[in-house]
Design a protein around this ligand. Structure first.
Ligand SMILES: Cc1cc2nc3c(=O)[nH]c(=O)nc-3n(C[C@H](O)[C@H](O)[C@H](O)COP(=O)(O)O)c2cc1C
Ligand SMILES: *[C@@H]1O[C@H](CO)[C@@H](O)[C@H](O)[C@H]1NC(C)=O
Ligand SMILES: *[C@@H]1O[C@H](CO)[C@@H](O)[C@H](O)[C@H]1NC(C)=O
Ligand SMILES: *[C@@H]1O[C@H](CO)[C@@H](O)[C@H](O)[C@H]1NC(C)=O
Ligand SMILES: *[C@@H]1O[C@H](CO)[C@@H](O)[C@H](O)[C@H]1NC(C)=O
Ligand SMILES: *[C@@H]1O[C@H](CO)[C@@H](O)[C@H](O)[C@H]1NC(C)=O
Ligand SMILES: *[C@@H]1O[C@H](CO)[C@@H](O)[C@H](O)[C@H]1NC(C)=O
Length: 386
């Protein structure tokens, strides 16, 4: 009796698995490296989820937990990953895609990059690698993608900017949290300008502490735990203190996207902080869809960036299809940095290859002209056998 009930429960659970690390054979192939505790060679990794697998095997539990965790019951963390599978592609065939590769590079605020994706700001790069963020900044340079260093990095801001291989040539956008003291902020902004960042990314989704149950168990809560004052008034005071554009990161509704346009921002960043801040907040794909449905002009008025749960080429394409200009990834690059710059560059190249080939199979001749018609925006219940 008891066993059959358990059997029934496991069947029900099996019908809707949460695949934090999808089963594509990695455990079978790389078990030997777990047994002898060596880092698998980079060429044995085939996709971005593999870097998380490596992180789980090779980082200590508290360090891994800091990267992996989400807020509360982690429903937003899971939704960020799962949401992409709820919308089916609509591949077109017999299209001339021979010029597609030339259309992969893009501009972000007018700066040239090799791909429409970038490294989102993440604190504490030192948990994956003793060289901290140096691997991220060098890997980004090698693949010519944008990196946004976090203010709460393990390495000092000076060390990070000094690690640019071509020094001032590499474009970086600097993320900030504000401590409420305007003098500190003015000094910080001066330093950011002097170091040569091209934009300031102001995180606006976390005026409160993230309620992170998983992290609390390992005493690795959030890097930013004070209640902080964040208003549009402050945004304007801050804009007065710098010649750099300030990009609000963490927009989660069409109302705030519209308000940002009204307030004169050059770009917004859709994000729920990787599901780490407030649980049941929407994924940026859902926010982009809300903007597309209610005020699609916004995508033309300003640049819109988005992150959260992006792991595959098709995830990038779905966000671009709605009008997003560039897509951020946090955890995949943080885990890839276990291998340093080489791992970060390898992750970027994997994703470029996926974006190119997924777009080809989707029948997109020009990535700049991808549009919402390439996706069926009627949400499919992938778990219900529809
Ligand atoms: C370990 C870690 C640290 C983070 N630190 C910051 C931070 O300092 N500032 C910030 O704006 N966002 C931070 N984030 C959120 C990321 O910028 C980004 O929004 C998120 O990681 C995207 O989701 P993904 O990890 O699924 O790609 C952090 C995320 C992680 C995983
Ligand atoms: C560890 O195991 C892997 C996979 O079996 C093997 O390729 C590698 O050579 C081993 N490394 C060491 C140091 O034993
Ligand atoms: C960006 O690329 C375009 C076209 O390839 C080029 O004309 C332009 O000068 C580049 N801009 C910068 C800032 O390098
Ligand atoms: C885990 O690793 C991090 C980064 O290497 C280190 O700072 C920390 O002390 C380690 N914690 C434990 C419990 O070993
Ligand atoms: C910039 O650095 C990259 C990577 O180190 C290198 O491949 C490239 O040639 C450099 N570019 C210039 C203009 O120095
Ligand atoms: C900020 O600096 C000004 C002058 O540099 C000083 O008068 C003021 O007291 C400072 N404010 C704070 C909060 O430190
Ligand atoms: C910004 O600076 C301008 C010119 O100095 C001033 O008129 C304006 O009031 C300032 N705005 C804010 C919000 O501080």
């Amino acid at each position: 009796m008891r066993y059959s009930l358990l059997g029934f429960i496991s069947c029900v659970l099996a019908a809707r698995p949460f695949l934090n690390e999808p089963d594509t054979g990695i455990d079978d192939q790389l078990a030997g490296f777990v047994a002898n505790d060596t880092l698998p060679p980079l060429d044995s990794l085939v996709g971005l989820p593999d870097f998380q697998w490596v992180g789980r095997q090779h980082m200590n539990t508290s360090a891994y937990t800091y990267y992996r965790n989400g807020a509360a019951g982690e429903w937003s963390y899971r939704n960020n990953l799962e949401v992409f599978a709820r919308y089916r592609l609509r591949p077109r065939v017999l299209r001339d895609i021979t010029n597609l590769e030339a259309t992969i590079p893009t501009t972000i605020l007018g700066y040239n990059f090799s791909a429409p994706f970038f490294i989102s700001p993440c604190a504490r790069g030192g948990y994956a690698n003793p060289d901290g963020e140096l691997g991220l900044v060098k890997g980004a340079a090698e693949s010519n993608i944008l990196y946004m260093p976090s203010l709460y990095s393990s390495k000092s801001i000076e060390e990070i900017y000094a690690a640019r291989p071509n020094n001032s040539e590499q474009v970086l956008f600097q993320q900030v949290y504000l401590d409420g003291d305007m003098n500190d902020t003015q000094n910080l902004f001066r330093q950011i300008e002097t170091l040569g960042a091209k934009a300031i990314v102001m995180t606006v989704d976390s005026p409160g502490d993230g309620i992170r149950h998983r992290a609390a168990r390992y005493s690795v809560g959030s890097a930013n735990s004070e209640l902080s004052l964040l208003t549009w008034d402050l945004y304007h005071q801050l804009s007065n203190m710098t010649s750099l554009p300030i990009i609000p990161k963490g927009i989660q509704t069409v109302e705030d996207a519209r308000e940002a346009v009204t307030q004169g921002v050059k770009a917004i960043f859709l994000s729920n902080h990787g599901g780490r801040q407030v649980d049941t907040s929407p994924s940026s794909l859902e926010v982009a869809l809300e903007i597309y449905n209610e005020d699609p002009e916004i995508f033309k008025q300003i640049e819109v960036y988005a992150d959260g749960g992006v792991r595959y080429g098709t995830d990038v394409l779905k966000l671009l299809a709605l009008g997003v200009k560039a897509v951020g990834l946090g955890r995949p690059f943080m885990y890839a940095n276990i291998y340093g710059a080489e791992g970060v560059a390898r992750a970027a190249e994997m994703l470029k290859y996926e974006v190119l080939n997924d777009a080809a199979n989707l029948g997109v001749p020009d990535l700049k002209k991808i549009g919402p018609q390439y996706v069926n925006w009627k949400s499919a219940d992938v778990w219900g056998g529809s």
